[in-house]
Design a protein around this ligand. Structure first.
Ligand SMILES: C[S@@+](CC[C@H](N)C(=O)[O-])C[C@H]1O[C@@H](n2cnc3c(N)ncnc32)[C@H](O)[C@@H]1O
Length: 484
């Protein structure tokens, strides 16, 4: 399968761009993404702005990282996926904590949402704090100026973005502007302001009147940085926290070592990072949980069982809780990735699957899921390579051979399509068609995608169309399930 991906040439200006992105944004962009996706767009931008020498253009980006060209690069490289009430349990726990903090501090709380994208995160917390009558100021920051412009305007939220908002809050704060477009009513009633800030390159922010932050959210940002960079960012943010403050990261954000100034504090089901001495404000500390008593067991059912019973939110909470306990649990990472796939957060799903790759043993179905995520992200060559790996892992995995056939069809490689269809037909035509040997994550993906069921007849029709005399048997009853 490896011949489906041509070797990627190392072009000096692309290598220079790669270094610049790492140094300035902290992103370790995979080489194939840099070469196939980012570099061509940068080149197009350079050409339309009259730069005929791409190396010179990269040098300009390096020397003037504030201009329009830099903004365009940031937009291409960063992933701005966000929505209202993302990780709602965490936001609610934080709001409850802020309420208690306000009762002792007796002043408006200072909160920083670092890496806020288009603003849904700070606005969600603002709605909760307003509901709890806690006075506050929130600063939302991001490196992407175009995302901040949308956050300030607060007029372009999608249906998907508002879909997790509790109905009463949505009715109170948002109004539909037209199909699939929502705006925040009375944004000035929520004391949220937005500033541009680069977590890798700029000095950390402080509240407007000086002092330190009562709470910092830096969620779903660290996962894009190499682990060491992520830890450095956390350490730096920690230095700007008030002694009673806390730092909330997302469930996918891996913090291997928060440094000497911060430790994990449990707050019910949630955790956050805080300076020494900060305690959970729950009345009674929860008894220590044995490391291996997983959330899966504690709730009496595995996430897979919960998913089968339609209890997806409970399953998801169990998975997130498991990952807070054991950050490199392969099965939980695969499930989390599958949930992210379902939410169309393809890049985050890919990062999560990337983390699952390091797990031992390698989780079943991982390569197939990576293939689906790459496919949905429009990265067809990479998807082909991933489905190829899935077939190497399990040569009988007909779902992967069918996906490959469809990818070859799309790229007009009919000979390869034919080979893969024959392989699929061969497996499907066996006396008892067996479900693909996929992990729980893949079953979840299949259970939430509504593609028609794949049948042997469908495969044979395509083979006939290609002019191939199918060697697959006609098997009316061949019922196959469905690759997603
Ligand atoms: C996936 S979004 C997360 C948005 C929000 N925190 C949430 O959880 O829904 C990640 C955001 O981090 C921002 N980001 C990435 N690198 C950054 C950096 N070096 N400094 C500041 N923001 C950065 C991106 O522009 C993007 O908007």
């Amino acid at each position: 399968m490896n011949d489906s991906l041509p070797p990627l040439p190392t072009v000096p200006w692309v290598a220079a761009l790669h270094d610049l992105v790492r140094e300035r944004l902290g992103y370790e962009v995979p080489e194939h993404r840099m070469t196939l996706e980012i570099a061509p767009r940068v080149l197009a931008h350079a050409e339309t702005h009259g730069h005929l020498d791409p190396r010179g253009f990269v040098d300009t980006l390096r020397t003037s990282p504030d201009g329009e060209a830099w903004d365009a690069l940031v937009q291409v490289v960063t992933v701005g996926e966000t929505y209202f009430f993302r990780h709602a349990g965490q936001l609610e726990a934080l709001a409850a904590r802020c309420r208690r903090r306000f009762e002792t501090a007796g002043r408006a709380l200072e909160i920083w949402s670092a890496g806020c994208a288009t603003g849904e995160e700070p606005y969600s917390l603002a709605m909760l704090l307003d509901e709890a009558s806690v006075p506050f100021h929130i600063v939302g920051s991001d490196v992407d100026e175009s995302a901040l412009a949308k956050a300030r305007a607060a007029t372009g939220f999608s249906d998907r973005s508002v879909s997790h908002l509790p109905v009463q809050l949505r009715e109170r704060w948002l109004e539909a502007l037209g199909p699939g477009r929502w705006r925040l009513m009375r944004p000035t009633d929520l004391p949220v302001r937005f500033v541009r800030h680069n977590l890798i390159h700029d000095a950390p922010l402080h509240p407007e009147g000086g002092g330190a932050w009562d709470a910092i959210l830096c969620r779903n940002v660290l996962l894009y940085f190499p682990p060491k960079t992520g830890c450095e960012v956390v350490e730096q943010l920690g230095r700007t926290l008030a002694p009673e403050g806390g730092l909330w990261v997302g469930p996918c954000d891996h913090v291997a070592d928060p440094g000497p100034g911060l430790g994990w504090v449990s707050d019910g089901e949630e955790r956050f990072l805080a300076p020494p001495g900060v305690k959970s404000t729950r009345e009674r500390p929860s008894p220590p949980r044995p490391r291996q008593a997983t959330a899966f067991q504690a709730r009496g059912a595995s996430p897979t069982r919960l998913i089968e019973r339609g209890l997806r939110s409970t399953a998801r909470r169990a998975v997130e809780e498991r990952l807070r306990e054991v950050q490199d649990d392969g099965e939980a990472l695969v499930l989390l990735g599958a949930f992210l796939l379902r939410e169309h957060a393809f890049d985050e799903a890919l990062v999560t699957f990337g983390r699952a790759e390091g797990a031992h043993p390698k989780p079943a179905g991982l390569a197939y899921l990576q293939g689906v995520a790459l496919l949905k992200a429009g990265r067809h060559e990479d998807a082909a390579a991933a489905f190829g790996t899935a077939l190497e892992d399990d040569p009988d995995d007909w779902a992967s051979s069918y996906q490959l056939a469809m990818l070859y069809r799309r790229s007009g490689r009919s000979l390869r399509e034919e080979v893969m269809l024959l392989r699929t037909a061969d497996r499907l035509g066996a006396s008892t068609p067996r479900p693909p040997a996929l992990g729980a994550g893949a079953r979840l993906v299949n259970s939430v995608h509504a593609e028609p069921r794949l049948t042997l007849r469908l495969v044979e029709e395509r083979l006939t169309h290609l002019g191939v005399v199918s060697r697959a048997r006609t098997n009316e009853g061949a019922d196959s399930g469905r690759p997603s």
